[in-house]
Structure formats: C-alpha cells, structure tokens
Design a protein around this ligand. Sequence first.
Ligand code: PMT
Length: 401
Amino acid sequence: MELAEKRIALGVTGGIAAYKSAELVRLFVKQGASARVAMTRAATHFITPTTFQTLSGKRVFTDLWDNTVDNGLTHISFSREADALVVAPASANFIAKVANGIADDLLSTLTLARDCPLLLAPAMNRQMWKNPATRRNIATLRADGVTILGPADGEQACGEIGEGRMIEPEEILEDVVAFFQPKHLAGKKALITAGPTFEMIDPVRGITNLSSGKMGFAIARAARESGAEVTLISGPVNQPTPRGVSRIDVTTALEMRSAVLRQASGQDIFIAVAAVADYRPEAATAHKVKKDASAPPTINLVQNPDILADVVALPDPPFCVGFAAESQNLAEYAEKKRRAKKIPLIVGNLIQDGFGGDENTLVLFDEHGQTPLGPAPKIRLARKIMERIAILLKEKNHATY
Ligand code: PMT
C-alpha cells in the first residue's frame, strides 16, 4: 500500500472534473490512506456529498457555518488532522482565492488556515488557464510552496482542445505518492536504461530476451520521486512512462548506446537496468529469410558494445550503477562484474526472480559489502536503491573504483 497511514484532506471545487474525485477517494483509500472531504457549494452541483461520504466512510463538510460541528471550527480542525490537503479539481476561482489569501467559504478558509502541505490539481477551460491572471496566481502559489499537479492537455468538457484538463485520478495518486517520498536526489540528473534490446535478423524476426522493463521503469519512477530529473532510455516494452520522466524509445543495442552517449553529458547518475543483447546478427537481411528444407540458415553474430563500460570510460563519468542477472553464484559473479566494470554499485538478482515479475529479490554490492533487499515489489526495491545511491554519492569517492 503506497499511502499506508497517510491522512489526506481532499477539497473538491465546482467543475465537471469533480465526478473524477470520487475515483480519487477510492484510490486513496485502496492505497491505505484515510480521506476526509470538504466541498464547495459549486461542487455539490456536480456530485453529491453522499458519494464522497460512502467512498471515504467519513462525514463530508460543505458549510463554514455548520452548527452541528462541536466547536464550530471545522476550518481549523480539518487540516490539523491531515498529512496533506489535496484540492482536485481546483477551479480558476479557487486558485485565485488561495493565491490572494481570500477566505470566504469553508474550503478557502480551511485552506488558508491549514498547517499541512497543499497540492492543487487545476481544472478549467484552456483560455482560463492561459489567462495572465491565472498565470500570475499559479506563479504566486508555486513561490508559496504549493505543489501544482498538471493540468493536462486535451479535449475539454466545453468541446475545446487545449491545456487545462484535470489530470486523471491515477496520475494524481502517483503524484501524491511521489510527494511523500524523501527527496534524496533533489537537484540531480539521472539517466536510466530499461527493458530488452531487439536485434533484427530480418524484417520480422530478431534476438531479444524476457526483460519486461518493469525494474527499469520502477527505477526511473523512484529516481523522479526522489527529486531527480530523469531521462529513461527504453528498449521495446509495454510499460507506461512514469510521471515526470522524459522517455526515449530505442530498439537495438546500438541505438541504445547512441541515445545514452547523446544524453550522458551533465548527468549525475547512470543506472543501467537494461538487459542488452551481448550479440547481434552481423547484418539483418533486407527480406524475410525463406525456409529452406535442405539446411537451416546460419546467423553470424557480432558482439555489441558494452554501453555501461562506454559511460564509465567517459572523461567525466556520472555515478554508474549496473545490474547483474545471474542464474547461479550471484554474490561471486555480481561482485566480479562490479570490479570488472569499475562501478561503485551493482544490483544483483537471480534470473528466475528478476525477469518479468512485479516483485524481485536483490542484493546490492558496493565497497562496503552486500545489502540484501526483498522480496518486495519492484517500486519498493527501487526506492531503497535510491537511498543507497544517495549515501554513496555523498561519500563522493567513486572515482577511486
Ligand atoms: O525488465 P524486468 O522484467 O523487470 O527484469 C529486470 C532485469 C532482470 C532485466 C534487471 O533486473 C537486470 O538484472 N538487468 C541486467 C541484466 C544483465 O544481466 O545484464 P548483464 O549482466 O548482461 O550486464 C551487466 C550490466 O551491464 C547491466 O547493467 C547492463 O545494463 C549493462 N550492459 C550489458 C551489456 C551491454 N552491451 N551493455 C550494457 O550496458
């Protein structure tokens, strides 16, 4: 559960996206959080308090002057019991009020009176979002330390197309989970490879492996959650890009190498999670290889360059992390690989655990020794790896490996 024991106060303002906030409450609760909802009057025109009460299991607040609240101070107590106040959707009007400290209803008053972080998911027509007044208000809120989630670009309820849509509930959830992660790598830039490579034999066949990309994508997500600016270079996989991560898709090892070397300058961290094919056919045939009953075809293989080794050999290399998938003798082979590749950290996993699944069992090898991790979901392991990288980066002696 990604939000175990977190207490989320959810504000809902008047906009058609308000109906999506019901799903957001469900997602928060499913991830172990408790959710308490406050709505503006306008929001109640789009969705009823009963819906939120049913999903959250808690009373929903709509009125500043509610005399059934014991001390009549809902606006004070609401955020005192919360780890974060999330307002989704946040209308242009609400954003303007918060940016200017206006408190004229329950939600704006409790937002002004809060003593917890504020996250806003704007939702409005594209012209309202582009309006200089909204731009100023958003800039003010950012300067005040408010986190702005989205908005997205796309088709709007009014039929226009542009920026201003509320991001989807799953995306808000991902951003809220990320918000709570420690920012071990704030200000750092991280380059990550993921997935398999696919080496063409002919136009329809190739050499590849069973890497799903799950581990590399989890690493990219965890690096982003830790505050890093992340570039992910991925072989052919079917994984959604983690929020805030910039992704480059490649097919072959040679393409992956070119993309990595193009992006390597200025990176603080390079994490090679990809299962790169060690060999490729010497030349892919232009046409499909025909079946010949008399003799099977021969495929001549040539070695692919070692991308990680090429990054390590750069004049000013980033902090390099390798992965090693072994079928036996994990400790011996992984540590041998770490030394041979001259890298400060290698992440070992057994082939039968690592490929394809949602969970993995890992061992980290660095100059201090071994650290076993898991079994655990890949995202949890990835967060632990970020912690370890942050510690090793602080030691700043990786140049001596
Ligand atoms: O994608 P999943 O299904 O989640 O599976 C994850 C994984 C099992 C693929 C991942 O956890 C993993 O172990 N990746 C490394 C696989 C491996 O064994 O790599 P290797 O021993 O061939 O290479 C060692 C290191 O050098 C790796 O960091 C690799 O990215 C890098 N390398 C290897 C060859 C090459 N030509 N270039 C490289 O950069």
